[in-house]
Design a protein around this ligand. Structure first.
Ligand code: FNR
Length: 188
């Protein structure tokens, strides 16, 4: 069984990215277990806090979850044509201390999807993640991509995916990403 941590960059009640993350968990193919994790309890990065009391417990829990999994799926919102500070802050904390960053990120298969109510579908945010993921030494899956545009029409008021075309694209993405993660696990 391959295991994937799914990390949405928004946790608000009506979040389209949380809805997409939940749909991604449900779309994981047979032989792949995807588990939703939250960045909600992660504090703002503060070097004084790190020096005084080390890595906060919610960050340690996220790091251990990713390190124990075979792959990481980021579900990114787009803020001001770039990555959202919320998710970037969590990833920055998770890269601390530098000596422990490789355990979490180096060689880690990473997938990247996202949703916006507007027309872009997080194209700019996903592009802006590239230098971050490269710096961390992850293996970004580039065999597929998913930009969910017009997301307020793709999910219903309760966050359920109702657009069959997007469901098809999401299932295709999850199948391809899960195969990539499984191959990396086998060392292939
Ligand atoms: C946005 N939004 C946005 N959308 C977009 O397509 N391109 C952008 O550059 C931005 N910029 C932006 C900045 C900030 C500060 C906010 C709060 C929002 C709109 C954004 O896509 C929309 O609010 C989404 O619904 C946010 O994701 P969640 O919370 O629904 O997952």
């Amino acid at each position: 069984m391959t295991r994937i941590v799914v990390l949405p960059g928004s946790w608000r009640a009506g979040s389209v990215n949380l809805a997409l993350a939940r749909a991604a968990v449900a779309a994981a193919p047979a032989g792949c277990e995807a588990v939703l994790h939250s960045i909600r309890e992660v504090p703002l990065y503060d070097g004084d806090l790190e020096t005084a009391s080390g890595i906060p417990a919610p960050v340690r829990a996220l790091k251990d979850a990713v390190a124990a999994a075979d792959g990481l799926l980021l579900v990114t919102p787009e803020y001001n044509n770039s990555v959202p500070g919320t998710l970037k802050n969590a990833i920055d904390w998770m890269s601390r201390p530098p000596a422990d960053s490789a355990r979490v990120f180096a060689g880690r298969p990473v997938g990247l999807i996202g949703a916006t109510p507007g027309a872009g579908g997080t194209r700019l945010a996903q592009g802006a993640w590239l230098p971050v993921l490269k710096t961390l030494g992850t293996q970004l899956w580039t065999g597929g991509s998913l930009f969910v545009a017009g997301a307020s029409k793709v999910f219903d008021a309760s966050g359920r995916l109702t657009d069959e075309k997007v469901r098809e694209l999401l299932e295709k993405y999850m199948k391809g990403f899960a195969e990539f993660v499984a191959a990396a696990r086998r060392g292939g």
